[in-house]
Design a protein around this ligand. Structure first.
Ligand code: SAM
Length: 203
C-alpha cells in the first residue's frame, strides 16, 4: 500500500497555525498518512490534529521539528518528492505517471517563499492550475486527483464519532463507550481551533 506523507515547510507559529492545521486536516481526510511540520515545533497544531484522529479515527500521525531539506533528500531513497507549486507542470499532465509509479509520496507544500532547493530536489513540481491560491486547496485537489475521488468514501478505523448523512441539520453517531467519547470531545484543549469538528452533536 502506497504511503503518502505531507511536508509542511515555512510554518510561522501564531500566524500560520490555522492554515497549517487545515493542511493537516486535509491531509488526513483526503488519504495521506502523516503530516510533517518541517524545521519547527508547534504543539498546538499537533494537539489539534491528534484530537481529531482520536475522535474521527484513522491512523494519521504528526511529527514536528525535522530538518525539511534533509528529510526530503532522504525520502528520495524511499519514494517520490512532489512539490506543489503554481510554477510546476500541470497536475493533469503528471498525475497518472505519479500514481502509476506505485511509489510512496512526500508532498511538499509551502507557506511563504519556498527555498529554491525544493524545486531542485523535487521529482515533480506540480501545479494545481497556474494561478496563485492556497496550500490547503492545492493539497486537496492533488490528493483527490491522485485517488480519483475514492478517498472521500474511506472509512476511518477506530472512529468514536461518525456522521449520519442528513439533508438538513447534523447527525453524529457515537460509536462504542459513550463515556469515552464524551471524555475525548470535552478534553481540555481539544481542537481549540476546530471546535465545529470536535463537538459530538450540537443539534
Ligand atoms: N509565493 C510563494 C512562492 O512563490 O513560493 C507561494 C505562497 S502560497 C500562499 C503557499 C503554498 O501554496 C505554495 O508554497 C504551494 O505549495 C501552494 N500553492 C499555491 N498555489 C498553488 C498552485 N496553483 N498549484 C500548486 N500549489 C500551489
Amino acid at each position: 500500500m502506497v504511503e503518502i506523507y505531507v511536508l509542511r515547510i515555512g510554518h510561522r507559529p501564531g500566524r500560520d497555525k490555522r492554515v497549517t492545521t487545515h493542511v493537516g486536516l486535509v491531509a488526513r481526510a483526503f488519504g495521506a498518512n502523516r503530516l510533517i511540520l518541517g524545521d519547527i515545533v508547534d504543539e498546538g497544531v499537533a494537539r489539534s490534529l491528534r484530537k481529531i484522529s482520536q475522535l474521527w479515527g484513522g491512523l494519521f500521525d504528526v511529527i514536528m521539528g525535522v530538518n525539511s531539506v534533509e528529510y526530503a533528500k532522504k525520502w528520495k531513497q524511499r519514494g517520490l518528492v512532489v512539490h506543489l507549486t503554481m510554477y510546476g507542470l500541470h497536475v493533469d499532465d503528471v498525475i497518472d505517471e505519479i500514481r502509476d509509479s506505485g511509489k510512496d509520496l512526500l508532498i511538499v507544500v509551502g507557506a511563504e517563499k519556498v527555498p529554491r532547493i525544493f524545486y531542485e530536489l523535487a521529482d515533480y513540481n506540480v501545479a494545481v492550475g497556474h494561478q496563485p491560491h492556497s496550500e490547503v486547496a492545492a493539497l486537496a485537489v492533488f490528493l483527490d486527483r491522485y485517488y480519483k475521488g475514492a478517498e472521500l468514501h474511506r472509512e476511518f478505523s477506530g472512529a468514536k464519532l461518525t456522521v449520519i448523512p442528513t439533508p438538513r441539520g447534523k447527525k453524529v453517531l457515537r460509536i462504542g463507550d459513550r463515556k469515552n467519547s464524551d471524555r475525548h470531545a470535552k478534553n481540555e484543549g481539544a481542537c481549540r481551533d476546530n471546535n465545529d469538528y470536535c463537538r459530538e452533536n450540537d443539534g
